[in-house]
Write a protein that binds this ligand. Sequence first.
Ligand SMILES: Nc1ncnc2c1ncn2[C@@H]1O[C@H](COP(=O)(O)OP(=O)(O)OP(=O)(O)O)[C@@H](O)[C@H]1O
Ligand SMILES: [Mg+2]
Length: 321
Amino acid sequence: MIQVKNLKKSFKDFQAVKGISFDVTKGEIFGFLGPNGAGKSTTINMLCTMLSSSGGEIIINDFDVIKQKDEVRKSIGIIFQENTLDEKLTAKENLMLHCKFYKVPKKLREERIQEVLEIVDLVDKKQILVEKFSGGMKRRLEIARGLLHYPKVLFLDEPTVGLDPQTRAHIWEYILKLKEKEGITMFLTTHYLDEAEISDRIAIMDHGEIIAIDTPNQLKAQVGGDIIEITTKDNTIALKEIEEKVECLEVSVKDKIIRLKVANSDEFISDFIKKLDTPITSLNIRKPTLNDVFLTFTGRDIREEEASKADQFKQQMKRMS
Ligand SMILES: Nc1ncnc2c1ncn2[C@@H]1O[C@H](COP(=O)(O)OP(=O)(O)OP(=O)(O)O)[C@@H](O)[C@H]1O
Ligand SMILES: [Mg+2]
């Protein structure tokens, strides 16, 4: 459904996107994960015909983004990073405007509007001015608008940024419902690790390049082991002990937490605790996350503050299911 070859974008002498290539198949949710400034929005804007590229090739729904702009535009729906609704109009008026813009036949407009409002549960809010909407409602309305002309591909740039965990979880419910019901191909960008997990495949982007591309599980498997995090009474002594007595794949320290990568935590842990004389004050064993994947490839965290929010979000999703 989407084919990208050697896509580039420069702003003056700054290369924001450095020759990336990837394919997205029909019905897939494809996620772009990366820190601020990685080049995610720049890429999505080129794919959506909103920004010209500095080189490379983009094919969407068999149309060339440069030579067949109009056909591409008819094939896609876009949900931007920033709110682009008209606040002074009602929900329905916003949707009607979009119908006109996309030349949805007059006879079909009412029906389509009703249909998309149902998908995002906003039917009873259609006569309300958008300025009275909450952040989550606005996002839902934008998703509805993106669906009005039955796009083959839906582009979502940070669809839930700035929303609380509960609203984010709801938005994701709608997005997943869409995939199941309508079979729409989705291309999304996010810097929320947990959201990226929802994707069928993820491209991890950093400094304008794709550094890894695979299913979430395959990516995590590439980390090659489990993660054990401990805090101790004295990290200096503990680290020395680990170096002398413990066999593990990797050791690092961050914010007073010692992080060990081991092939198999079940086999490792009891022996490890016995070997260490320094008292352990906390212990956490976990499977690798996408942040660990990013860390493995770049040596940096993707975005520290998101890690704790991710747990909150997962709990919320669990509560709702
Ligand atoms: N119009 C522009 N002119 C100059 N530089 C730009 C322009 N748009 C983006 N950039 C730069 O290109 C880089 C990539 O920006 P982009 O918006 O694509 O990042 P992003 O991955 O979407 O980040 P975020 O997570 O913050 O949304 C950044 O360094 C940004 O400053
Ligand atoms: Mg962006």
